[in-house]
Design a binder for this molecule. Structure first.
Ligand code: DCP
Ligand code: CA
Length: 427
C-alpha cells in the first residue's frame, strides 16, 4: 500500500532529505529553468498500480452514477473529450466504457514526495509548484549532463525507471517559458525553447495560454485589444500599467524575455518567508487525538502571527520528530491563500495522516508552518465570490477580536475547544 510507504519512512528512520526551508529560485532569474509536469498524474498512478486498466479510458473522480466531477482523466479518455472538471454524468454520455476510479489522496502525495526527492538529485534548487509539477534551476547543472536536452532526458528517464510514470519536461530562459514549453508536447514530451525562439513559438498563441492568466485577466486584456501574446509584447507599457497595474506590466515584460517579474505573472510568489510554531512533548506521544489537539493549537498560533503581520500564506508544512530524534517534513499547497487556522489545520491533519498512524513510532515533536506568504493587497489576495465574501468578512473580524483578547488576557482566555484541551492537559 503506497500510503503505508510514506509512513515506512518513519518506521525505517529514513529522514526527509529536503532542507528545512525549501530553497527557491532566485528572484533575479536563473538563465535556464526546467519545468517538470507529470502526465495525467492521478490516472497514471492508478494505471500503473492496476495493469488491467492499461490502454482503457480511465477517469479519476466521483464514482460512476454520482453527481461528482472528474479530477483527471488519462489520455485515452481525453480522446473522447473527457477532461478535469467535467461532470460524471457527461462522462457517461461521452465515454460509456470509461473505467471510474475513486481519488486516493494519500497515495498521490507519496508519489509526489518521491518525485521531488528524485528532482533534488538533479539540481540544488527545486521549487515544487503543485503536487505533480516543479521548477528546477538548470543553469549550473545542465552542462554536466551534456546540455539542456540531455539533462532533461536523464530526469525523464529517472522518473520513468524509479516511479514507472511519464513526465513532460520544458526548458527555457524563465519559469513561464519552461512551463509553457512542458505543455507543448504532452504526454511524455521534451521541449527546449531557446530565448530567440520565444516570440516565434508563443507569439501567435492567445493570452489565455499564459499560465496564471484566467478568464478575468483575459477580459481585461481583450478590452485593450490584446488577444495574442504578440499583442501583449507590443502593447505600450504605460497602457498596461494604467489598466492592469503591475500585473499586466509584469506579464508583458516576461514575454519579452525581460527577467525578474514572471513569478508574479504566475500568480505565485515563492517567498521563502514562513511562519510557524512547534512543540516538544514532555512525554513521547502515541495518541492521535493528542497530536491533533496540539496541531490545532499550533495552527491557531501560526495564523495569529500571520494576521498580526498582515500575511496570508499558501503552503503548509508539517514537521514531525520521532522519539529517536529523526525529523520529517511534509508539505502541500492550499487551493488559495489564507490566514484561517482551520484551513491550515485541515491540511496539516491530512499531512499527518500521510506520515503517521497510531502504532507508528512515538512522536517527540510536532510543528506546523505556513510559507508562500504574501500580503493580501499584492494582487493575489484571498479571493471570494459574492456568496462567501460576507461569511469571510465576519470570520476575519472574529479572528481579529480573538487575537486582541489573547494579547490582552493571555493564551488560555479563548481558543478552539480542542486546542484548549491540549493546553489544559499540559500535553
Ligand atoms: N487535480 C485536482 N484538481 C484539479 C486539478 C488537478 O485534484 N482541479 C489533480 C489531478 C491531476 C493532478 O492534480 O492528476 C495534476 O494536475 P494537472 O493539471 O497537472 O493534470 P494531470 O497531471 O492530470 O494532466 P496533464 O498530463 O495535463 O498534466
Ligand atoms: Ca500534470
Amino acid at each position: 500500500m503506497m500510503r503505508a510507504e510514506v509512513r515506512d519512512r518513519i518506521r525505517k528512520g529514513v529522514e526527509d532529505d529536503s532542507p528545512r526551508r525549501p530553497r527557491t529560485l532566485s528572484k533575479s532569474n536563473p538563465a535556464l529553468v526546467l519545468h517538470v509536469d507529470m502526465d495525467a498524474f492521478f490516472a497514471a498512478i492508478e494505471e500503473r498500480d492496476n495493469p488491467s486498466l492499461k490502454g482503457k479510458p480511465v477517469v479519476v473522480g466521483g464514482p460512476k452514477g454520482s453527481r461528482g466531477v472528474v479530477t483527471t482523466a488519462n489520455y485515452v479518455a481525453r480522446e473522447y473529450g473527457v477532461h478535469a472538471g467535467m461532470s460524471i454524468a457527461e462522462v457517461e454520455r461521452r465515454c460509456p466504457d470509461a473505467i471510474h476510479v475513486s481519488t486516493k489522496g494519500g497515495k498521490y502525495s507519496w508519489v509526489s514526495v518521491q518525485l521531488m526527492a528524485i528532482l533534488r538529485r538533479y539540481s540544488p534548487v527545486v521549487e515544487p509548484y503543485s503536487i505533480d509539477e516543479a521548477f528546477l534551476d538548470a543553469t549550473g547543472c545542465s552542462h554536466l549532463f551534456g546540455g539542456p536536452e540531455a539533462y532533461a532526458n536523464q530526469i525523464k528517464q529517472a522518473i520513468h525507471s524509479e516511479l514507472n510514470l511519464t513526465a513532460s519536461v520544458g526548458i527555457g530562459p524563465s519559469r513561464i517559458v519552461a512551463k509553457m514549453a512542458s505543455g507543448l508536447e504532452k504526454p511524455d514530451g521534451l521541449t527546449y525553447v531557446k530565448p530567440e525562439d520565444v516570440g516565434r513559438i508563443f507569439g501567435p498563441m492567445t493570452v489565455r495560454t499564459i499560465p496564471g492568466v484566467g478568464p478575468s485577466t483575459e477580459i481585461s486584456l481583450n478590452k485593450l485589444n490584446i488577444y495574442t501574446i504578440d499583442d501583449l509584447a507590443q502593447a505600450p507599457m504605460s497602457m498596461l500599467q494604467k489598466f492592469m497595474g503591475k500585473h499586466g506590466r509584469d506579464l508583458a515584460e516576461t514575454i519579452k524575455g525581460k527577467s525578474g517579474a514572471e513569478i508574479i505573472a504566475m500568480e505565485e510568489r515563492a517567498e521563502d518567508k514562513s511562519m510557524g510554531h512547534e512543540h516538544t512533548f514532555h512525554v513521547d506521544v502515541t495518541d492521535l487525538d493528542m497530536l491533533l489537539s496540539r496541531l490545532l493549537y499550533l495552527s491557531e498560533k501560526a495564523t495569529r502571527r500571520m494576521r498580526k503581520a498582515g500575511y496570508v500564506g499558501r503552503v503548509v508544512t508539517l514537521k514531525l520528530r520521532t522519539h529517536d530524534f529523526r525529523t520529517y517534513d511534509h508539505q502541500r499547497k492550499l487551493d488559495e491563500w489564507t490566514d484561517d487556522p482551520l484551513k491550515v489545520y485541515e491540511l496539516a491533519h491530512e499531512l499527518l495522516n500521510d506520515l503517521w498512524r497510531p502504532g507508528d513510532k512515538p512522536i517527540r515533536l510536532i510543528g506546523v508552518s505556513v510559507s508562500g506568504l504574501v500580503r493580501p493587497d499584492e494582487h493575489h489576495g484571498v479571493q471570494h465570490n459574492l456568496f462567501t465574501a460576507a461569511t469571510h468578512e465576519r470570520r476575519t473580524r472574529l479572528l481579529h477580536a480573538v487575537d486582541q483578547m489573547k494579547d490582552q488576557y493571555g493564551e488560555k482566555v479563548l481558543g478552539m475547544a480542542a486546542s484548549l484541551e491540549s493546553l489544559r492537559k499540559g500535553w
